[in-house]
Design a protein around this ligand. Structure first.
Ligand code: B4P
Length: 189
């Protein structure tokens, strides 16, 4: 479906994926597709599908694979002709998502994983929750999001052990970004 580079950006809730993706976009001009944002856009549309997705996100669980992959495929199709490459933020969240994407869309070039402890992620999300208005940035949902993340993360990291760049996300965004740039310049030569 695309022959452009595809970078998966993964990590726990609040690990800094979205923050680093913004920086990557301004420096390298990749197309940023956040599955969380695509889902929230669908919710905003007020459709019946959006209502179902909203309830799942509020419960801290993963939405069904077909829904997320469908949204991603549409977005890739729409942007492919003008894109230098795709940053897929928040995907895959389970091994099946990885397998289906690579079967139906493209091989992934490499995977960036931001490593952050639970306590730091919780602090960041609670702080963001003071102003974000996101239904999932509250204490109860954050706990569930972390549990969902831990349930699926080890199998994904093993699945991608040969394509994985693990970066410590407990530093200043600018420091983290230096490692991100090294990885992109090394892997997307
Ligand atoms: P997402 O939208 O992906 O939510 P997230 O994990 O919190 O990441 P986000 O990008 O928003 O936050 P970031 O870490 O950058 O997912 C939300 C929900 O959607 C999921 O729970 C799930 O239900 C559903 N979903 C999404 N993708 C799915 C998929 N593939 N399959 C199934 N379901 C899916 O930043 C967090 C905060 O930390 C920010 O406030 C930021 O300012 C701060 N921060 C970032 N970097 C920092 C740093 N270095 N130092 C200090 N603070 C920092």
């Amino acid at each position: 479906m695309t022959d452009k580079p595809v970078i998966f950006v993964i990590g726990g809730p609040g690990c800094g994926k979205g923050t680093q993706c913004e920086k990557i976009v301004s420096k390298y001009g990749f197309t940023h597709l956040s599955t969380g944002d695509l889902l929230r856009d669908e919710v905003k549309s007020g459709s019946e599908r959006g209502k179902r997705l909203n309830a799942i996100m509020e419960s801290g669980q993963l939405v069904p694979l077909e829904e997320v992959l469908g949204l991603l495929k549409d977005a890739i199709k729409k942007n492919d002709s003008n894109s230098k490459g795709f940053l897929i933020d928040g995907y895959p969240r389970e091994v099946d998502q990885a397998i289906k994407f690579e079967e139906q869309v493209s091989k992934c070039t490499f995977v960036i994983y931001f490593d952050v402890s639970d306590s730091v992620m919780v602090q960041r999300l609670l702080k963001r929750g003071e102003t974000s208005g996101r239904i999932d940035d509250n204490e109860e949902t954050i706990k569930k999001r972390l549990a969902t993340f831990h349930q699926h993360s080890d199998p994904i990291l093993s699945h991608y052990k040969d394509k994985l760049v693990k970066i410590s996300g407990e530093r200043l965004p600018e420091e983290i970004f230096l490692d991100v740039c090294k990885a992109i310049e090394d892997k997307c030569k």
